[in-house]
Design a protein around this ligand. Structure first.
Ligand code: PLP
Length: 376
C-alpha cells in the first residue's frame, strides 16, 4: 500500500529525540527550533514524561468515558493551578480541530444561535466547522463551505461591532496569536474591546490557544497578556508533548448537560498521564518563565539583524520576515547548519522551539543564522 501523498517532506528522518535535539539514524544531531510544529513543549524524551507514560500503559492505557477516571481530575486541578483558570471546567478531546469544533458547537448550544465570526487569515483546523472558520478556501471542500461562518478584519473593532450588532452570532473565535498566518499579532486592546463587545451582545468569546497557549507566549495563555477572560479556551499541540490530545476550558457560567458533548478517546488514561507529566515538568522547571526570558532575548537579538525585514512574536512564538524565499533559507538552516525551523507563507520563518530551550542554544542559533544571512 502507498501512503496518501499530501505532505511536502524534507529528505530527513529523525529517529530519536533528547531534550531540544533530534537525531537521525546515523547519529547526526539537529537543534529543534520547530518542536515538531509547536508540539514538543517539555523537550524530547523527558525522563519524567517517559516514566509516567510507561508506567501508565503498563497499568491501564485506556478505558471509556463511562467510568470514573481520576486522572482527568488530576489534570484539571494542575491545569487550573498553572493557568489561573481553576474555576473553569475541562473537557478533553484528541486534537486542536476537535477542540475548536466542540467549542463552536457548545457556543451554539448555549446561545441557541447559528453563526460564528472568525478573522481574516485565521487557522482553526481541518474538520467541518473548524475549517469553515479557517480563512483559506483551498482547504475547504464544497461540503465545508457555509454561510454560517463570517470573517472580519483582525484588529478592527468597528468592523466586528457592525457584525455582532445583528445578534446572530453564537461566538467569536480568535487565535491568541495567529500562527499559520505567519505570527500575526492580535492587539491587546483589540482583545479587550472584543471582550466588552461580546459581553454586550450575548456572544461567547472563544480563544483558540492551540498554538499560542501552554506557555508558548511567555504567559500560560497568550490572551493573558491582555488581561481578559474568554468564555471558552481551546488548547492542543504542546498539551501532551506529542501524545494526541486537545482540551476545552469552559467558563463556570456555561452549564453542562449529559450527552451534550462526547468522544471515545478523549481524556484516556494514557493521554492524561502524558498531560499530567507535561504540567508537572512545566511547574518544576518554570518553563513559562523560561519561554518568556529566552523568547524575549531571541526577539531582541533577531531585531538587531539588519538583513531581516521584521521580527514579530511573543515568548517562543516568533516570526522572522526575510528577504527572498523562506523555504530556501530553512532548507539551508536544516541541512547546512543542523537547525529545524518552521515556515508560514513565502517569506516567514517560524520559530516554535520547545519551552526548554536554553540561552546557550538560542545563542548557537543566532550565530548560525547570522552566518547564513551573511553568506546569502
Ligand atoms: C491556531 C490553531 N488552531 C487549530 C489547529 C488545528 O490543530 P490540529 O492540527 O491538532 O487539529 C492548529 C494547528 O496548527 C492551530 O495552529
Amino acid at each position: 500500500m502507498k501512503l496518501f501523498d499530501v505532505y511536502s517532506l524534507y529528505d530527513i528522518e529523525p529517529v530519536r529525540g533528547e531534550g531540544n535535539y533530534v537525531f537521525t539514524a546515523d547519529g547526526e544531531r539537529y537543534l529543534d527550533l520547530y518542536g515538531g510544529h509547536a508540539v514538543i513543549s517539555i523537550g524530547h524524551a523527558h525522563p519524567h514524561y517517559v516514566k509516567s507514560i510507561s508506567d501508565q500503559v503498563a497499568q491501564l492505557g485506556f478505558y471509556s468515558n463511562s467510568v470514573q477516571n481520576s486522572l482527568q481530575q488530576r489534570m484539571a486541578d494542575l491545569l487550573g493551578e498553572l493557568s489561573g483558570y481553576d474555576d473553569y471546567q475541562l473537557f478533553l478531546v484528541n486534537s486542536g480541530a476537535e477542540a475548536n469544533e466542540n467549542a463552536m458547537k457548545l457556543a451554539s448550544f448555549v446561545t441557541g444561535r447559528e453563526k460564528i465570526l472568525a478573522f481574516d487569515k485565521a487557522f482553526h483546523g481541518r474538520t467541518s466547522a473548524a475549517v469553515a472558520a479557517t480563512d483559506n478556501p483551498k482547504i475547504q471542500a464544497p461540503l465545508n463551505r457555509t454561510e454560517k461562518i463570517d470573517f472580519s478584519p483582525l484588529n478592527d473593532i468597528e468592523a466586528a461591532k457592525v457584525k455582532l450588532a445583528t445578534g446572530e452570532y453564537a461566538a467569536v473565535i480568535v487565535e491568541g496569536i495567529q500562527g499559520v498566518a505567519g505570527i500575526r499579532m492580535v492587539e491587546d486592546e483589540f482583545l479587550q474591546q472584543l471582550r466588552e463587545l461580546t459581553e454586550a451582545t450575548g456572544t461567547l468569546l472563544i480563544l483558540d490557544e492551540i498554538q499560542s497557549g501552554y506557555g508558548r507566549s511567555g504567559r500560560f495563555f497568550a490572551h493573558q497578556h491582555a488581561g481578559i477572560r474568554p468564555d471558552i479556551i481551546t488548547a492542543a499541540k504542546g498539551i501532551a508533548n506529542g501524545f494526541p490530545m486537545g482540551a476545552l476550558l469552559i467558563a463556570p457560567h456555561i452549564k453542562p448537560e449529559k450527552g451534550m458533548l462526547g468522544t471515545t478517546f478523549g481524556g484516556s488514561h494514557l493521554a492524561c498521564a502524558a498531560a499530567i507529566a507535561v504540567l508537572e515538568v512545566m511547574r518544576q522547571e518554570n518553563l513559562v518563565e523560561n519561554a518568556a526570558e529566552v523568547g524575549e532575548y531571541l526577539i531582541e537579538e533577531l531585531g538587531k539583524m539588519p538583513e531581516l525585514k521584521e521580527v514579530r512574536g511573543r515568548g517562543l512564538m516568533i516570526g522572522v520576515e526575510i528577504e527572498g524565499s523562506a523555504s530556501e533559507l530553512r532548507k539551508r538552516l536544516l541541512f547546512d547548519h543542523h537547525i529545524f525551523t518552521g515556515g508560514a507563507g513565502a517569506t516567514t520563518v517560524r520559530l516554535l522551539s520547545p519551552l526548554t530551550i536554553t540561552k546557550a542554544e538560542a545563542d548557537h542559533f543566532l550565530a548560525e543564522f547570522k552566518k547564513l544571512l551573511a553568506s546569502n
